[in-house]
Structures are given as C-alpha cells and as structure tokens.
Design a protein around this ligand. Structure first.
Ligand code: GLY
Ligand code: MN
Ligand code: MN
Length: 440
C-alpha cells in the first residue's frame, strides 16, 4: 500500500496552477539532525516535501518551474555512490529520481549552487517557506544575491517572495482517498497498540514496559510512533505532555496513554485512559463518564457545515455541567463557561487537524471567523479532565485523576467517520477486555 505516483504529480500540478505565472517554488528536504556526535536522530522527511514528492531521502531539493521547457519538476538529490551506499544505505540517484519518483529532470545536490540560480533567473516570484530551516534560508539569499550582482549583465532576479505554505497547507487540509486509506491504516495500528497495552497492564509494571508494548505493536506493523508516546499513571496523567514514562503503575490508579502510529508519513493520534487494575473506582468512573459524554457531544458536532469551534464548545458545555454536578465547580454552568472557570481542569482545546503532521497544517480561522468543517478534513476530538492533588475545593477522592479520550475523526459528506473507534472507550468495554486478559 502506498500513495500512487500519479497523486504526487496531481498535487504538483495543482500547486503550479495556483502559483503566479513566471514563478518558481523551492522546497528543501528536512535537515539531518545529530543526536550525539556521529549518531543521528531517525530521519523524518519534511511533511511539505514529502507531500509533493513522496521522496524520503535527506539532502534533496524539489523545484517547481511552471512552463519550463525541459520539465517543470526538477529534483536535486544525492548521486549514486557505491562506497557511501555501502556505509549509509541506498540512494535513488538522478535516474531513480526520474524513473521512480516522476521527476522531469534531476541533478546532483552537489551541483545546486551552479544550477538553481539559473532556474530562478527570469522568474518574478519565488514561493518558499522562510524561517523553517535557517541554513537553507541563507543559501537561498546567497543565490538571489548572486543574481542581483549580475543585473548589469542582463540578469533578471526574482523580486517577489511568497510564503509557499499559504497555498500548500490548504491543499494538505483536504485528504484524498489514498490519504484517508493511509490514515485508516495508521489508525488501525494505533488501535491495536492501545488494546495490547490494556491487555498487558498490571499493577506493579512500569510505564516504560507499557510503552514497550505500544512500540512492539507499531514496529511489527511497519509503523513508528507519530510522536513520543505519553504513558502516565496516576498523577502523571495530569501532566499533559508527560513523556518520561518511567514510574511504577499502582493498583487503584488510572493510566493515560496518548500514542499514535505513523504510516506512510500519516499520523494517528489516540488517547485512552483506563484503570491499572482493570476496574474503575466510583470516583474515576464518575469523572470518566463526564469526559466520555463530552467527547460524544463533540464528535456529534464534527460534521460538515459546522464551525471548527463547535465541537470544542459542545465539549466545554458537558464538562462544565459535569464538574458542577460532581461539586468540583460551584455556580451556574453558563457563567462558569463565560468566565473560563472550567480551564482549571480542562486547559487545552478539543482538537487539531491531523495528517502528515500530528498537529497538521491548515488555518483554523478564515477572515477572523472559525472555519467551516468540510468533507476530507481530519481532526482529533480529545476532551479531558485533569485534577491534580491539592486542587482547592475538590473532594479528595478525585485527586490525581487525569483523563483524556481522543479519537481521529474524518469529516464526510454525510457526517463523519471515527477512524479510531475500534479502540475501546466505554468503561464496561474496557473492563471486559482487561478482565479477559487477566483471566487468560
Ligand atoms: N498527542 C498530541 C496531541 O494529542 O495533541
Ligand atoms: Mn491530539
Ligand atoms: Mn494525542
């Protein structure tokens, strides 16, 4: 399963159609990052670059030159090199760039200083994402300045710079059929990982042992974590971005796992919260059911024609009402919402776009208004409640309970499709799964 080559061609053509005439787009690959001396972080291609090329090697630059006689899509990449390939791995080379990746023309990356300024000459406008890779920003300025120096010799350097993201990120917001397929697979793998974690969990295990179960499920499916998995027991569940994952899991505590898989570059992003010992306490279940109801209300609002903010407001309403009913907040829900009182226990928003990036690109507002949801958009729906010990005025039985429930929701023509719904989230379902695993 992969994204077909024809789709990358279609994306590049669509982008070129939207660009000004006499323009050029320049998209560099992600830089390699050092972890310690000679050891690098696992390489992850830049999402914009990947979206337009499907090419996952570092040291590459994609250039789109609409109307160029010798081909509109030029890919600079590393040359084939038997010695380097023996040490560091295979390379597509220039022939591979053309034959396997559909480039019209390809040059060695080592020749870019000589060739790219020539491609920019006679172009009025450069589309480029400034400020993401400062080394590349400087190179680009160097090429432009070289052209400027040659003005008296007849050079015509570009004089307009436009942020590439503006066009590209709107394209990325609407997922195609093959992207949705890839996201469904990323979801399927993450669902399996969460179920595996629920089955494996026992009091006395550690958070990293549960993380290992997640990683095992990701890797045996050819996927990797889309982001650092959060595995937080008890009080750690109240730390939104807890990733140390090193404490022991205690009988009577909840465990919050926020973990997603990346497949073909596409992310899933799931959170489930369940009791370490397989049985919710009354206090845990009371809060859990509020979050679950808030999530259901938010998912219900995730349909075409609604505003981006509608699911969030639906979740906030249910959470606030629940907090009042359980005695954690005092007052009238409407007033508490107006004053933002719920933020004591719910301090993040209910979702974000999801795609090649976990927090995917795309504007949330257009002309200062919340954007309308449209078919093909994918968002997370992830309300939560976080009640750390010492929360003033909160009965002790609720202390150190952190709960989040997160699913990935595709907006469809008729409503929505919850891509991650196969991960159990109803308390009875969770208890049944964990009970079976304990008995086995
Ligand atoms: N896993 C990051 C998030 O839920 O936004
Ligand atoms: Mn999320
Ligand atoms: Mn998440």
């Amino acid at each position: 399963m992969s994204i077909p080559l024809s789709e990358f061609t279609r994306r590049r053509k669509q982008l070129m159609r939207m660009m000004d005439k006499h323009a050029i787009a320049i998209i560099p690959s992600a830089p390699v990052r050092v972890r310690n001396r000679d050891a690098e972080y696992p390489y992850r291609q830049d999402s914009d670059f990947l979206y337009l090329t499907g090419f996952s090697e570092p040291e590459a630059v994609a250039v789109l030159v609409p109307g160029r006689e010798h081909g509109e899509y030029v890919l600079f990449c590393r040359e084939r090199d038997p010695v380097m390939e023996t040490w560091h791995g295979r390379r597509a080379g220039q022939d591979g760039a053309i034959e396997q990746y559909g480039a019209d023309d390809s040059f060695p990356i080592s020749d870019i200083d000589e060739i790219l300024p020539g491609l920019m000459e006679d172009r009025d406008t450069v589309y480029y994402t400034m400020g993401r890779d400062t080394d590349f920003d400087q190179k680009l300025m160097g090429w432009i300045n070289r052209l400027r120096e040659q003005v008296r010799a007849g050079a015509h350097p570009p004089h307009e710079f436009i942020s590439l993201e503006y066009l590209l990120h709107d394209m990325r917001l609407y997922k195609s059929r093959s992207e949705i397929k890839a996201m469904k697979e990323a979801a399927r793998i993450a669902v399996a990982a969460h179920k595996r974690a629920m089955r494996a969990c026992r009091p006395g295990m550690t958070e990293y042992q549960i993380e290992a179960e997640l990683l095992y499920e990701f890797r045996r499916n050819g996927a990797e974590p889309a982001y650092q998995s959060i595995v937080g027991g008890g009080a750690n569940g109240c730390i939104l971005h807890y990733t140390e994952n090193r404490d022991e899991l205690k009988d009577g505590d909840l465990l919050l796992i926020d973990a997603g898989a990346e497949h073909l570059g596409y992310a899933s992003d799931i959170t489930r919260t369940f009791p370490v010992n397989g049985r919710f306490s009354d206090a845990q279940r009371e809060l859990y059911e509020v979050v679950l109801e808030a999530q259901a209300a938010a998912i219900e609002k995730t349909v075409p024609g609604n505003h981006w903010n509608d699911p969030h407001m639906a979740a906030v309403k249910v959470l606030t009402r629940g907090l009042v009913e359980l005695g954690l907040l005092k007052g009238k829900p409407a007033q508490l919402i107006k004053e933002g009182e719920y933020r004591r226990f719910y301090m993040h928003r209910t979702g974000h776009w999801l795609g090649l990036d976990v927090h995917d690109v795309g504007d949330y507002k257009l002309d200062e208004e919340w954007r309308l949801l449209e078919p093909g958009m994918v968002t997370t729906v992830e309300p939560g409640l976080y009640i750390p010990a010492g929360s003033k005025g909160v009965p002790k039985r609720y202390h150190d309970i952190g709960i989040r429930i997160e699913d990935d929701v595709l907006v469809t023509k008729d409503g929505h499709d919850v891509l991650t719904e196969a991960a159990p989230k109803h308390p009875d379902e969770i208890e049944a799964l964990m009970g079976e695993a304990a008995a086995a």
